[in-house]
Design a protein around this ligand. Sequence first.
Ligand SMILES: *Cc1c(COP(=O)(O)O)cnc(C)c1O
Length: 458
Amino acid sequence: MNTQSPLSADRMHAVTPETRDLVDLVLDYSRRRILSTDTPLDKPLPEHELRRLAGQTVSEGGMGAERALAVFEHVLAPACITTDHPQYLSFIPTAPTKAATAFDLVVSASAVYGGSWLEGSGAVYAENQVLSFLAAEFGLPATAGGVFVQGGTLGNLSALVAARDHARADGRSPSDRWVIVCSAEAHSSVASAARVMDVDVVPVSPGESGVLTGEAVRPALEEYGDAVFAVVATGGSTNFGIVDDIASIAALKDDFPFWLHVDGAYGLAGMLSPLARPRFAGVEHADSVIVDPHKWLFAPFDACALIYRDPESGRRAHTQHAEYLDTLTDAAEWSPSDYAIHLTRRARGLPFWFSLASHGAAAYRDAVTASLRLAERIATEIERRDGFRLVRKPQLSVVVFERDGWTREDYALWSARLLDEQRAFVTPSSHAGRPNTRFAILNPLTTFEDLVAILDTM
Ligand SMILES: *Cc1c(COP(=O)(O)O)cnc(C)c1O
């Protein structure tokens, strides 16, 4: 037992000179990090190395805030890749605005509860304004609504659960198993949702272009009939940024009773730019959509906007009932907890709200347009270069390309060297069995020259 410290149970919570110092320490660090312009890319360390450098950090007595923060700053943080670095071009990067990042601290500082109107009406009001803004962008009716969930995976699952409930409420049932129809290039989280729900996925080949069409989907609907409770159209595939032909898929709703879910986790933000907006025609017919602000809407992790055309179908599917919750669920007020698979929730839409409210939508349109332009420009450069091959023309801001003659091993060694030398984080990928690599571009600080310099290393 540490006999030097006061033993009162409130010592971690009381406002004392020590806690003031601790808060200053953490806020000072946060301020430096948010405003830093030269945070290196950094890279992962093996566990034995972290053990050697950080040692055992958790103990009965504690190491004190100063030391703990030093361990974070000098050992742990450098072992985390800087995902908002302009040369982070892998997977789907993140690039939160300074406003959104700074306000993330406020969400914690205010201990806001985002689950119910009763407890968090102000926060819920602001989040709902953002959801309404997005719904209007996507052409959904003014009555559309939903909730910010942790990520696209949970958003897709929650939407698909609501879709199946809707089919059941409609009196439909499969003769064998429930089916989700989607593109063979749909995100892995759709298959993951199907596993959780114990339903089947029928993947439909989108053909050479990667764009799933209604024509390709129709035979699956004819074959599986009433068992198909949902069709998932992808609004910007993760690997290529390809947008399915949502309008032709939506048109099938005239003949078949499926729920149309649009997975726009990465790409739907593209609708904010007039350059990409036409590609998403038909999304206004969706029964549910998702888009991740932590991707191309410049918010920090972790936030996915899940929006239902008819929010009531989401509420019916997801509201939890318990004696201690009756006071919430009996109320007619809008409680975000009721619209997805979760209960306690951080008001995770607020960092995005603050940034959007501060800067205005036009700034977002410009930022999305800039990514689209840069993707097009570097794609043209790749096409022009000897020894390089563009795998597909980019529709959004992902550029996939090959270096002639390179094997999987070549890409892997090159990628590791780039990270090792702290030049860039560009990982190997593949398509139809052929190795390639890709630039996922959404950080407004990424420049054409940065990308050309990376090509020059190949
Ligand atoms: C990223 C992504 C997801 C998964 O979203 P998470 O936030 O990572 O859970 C789903 N679908 C698409 C198209 C994505 O790009």
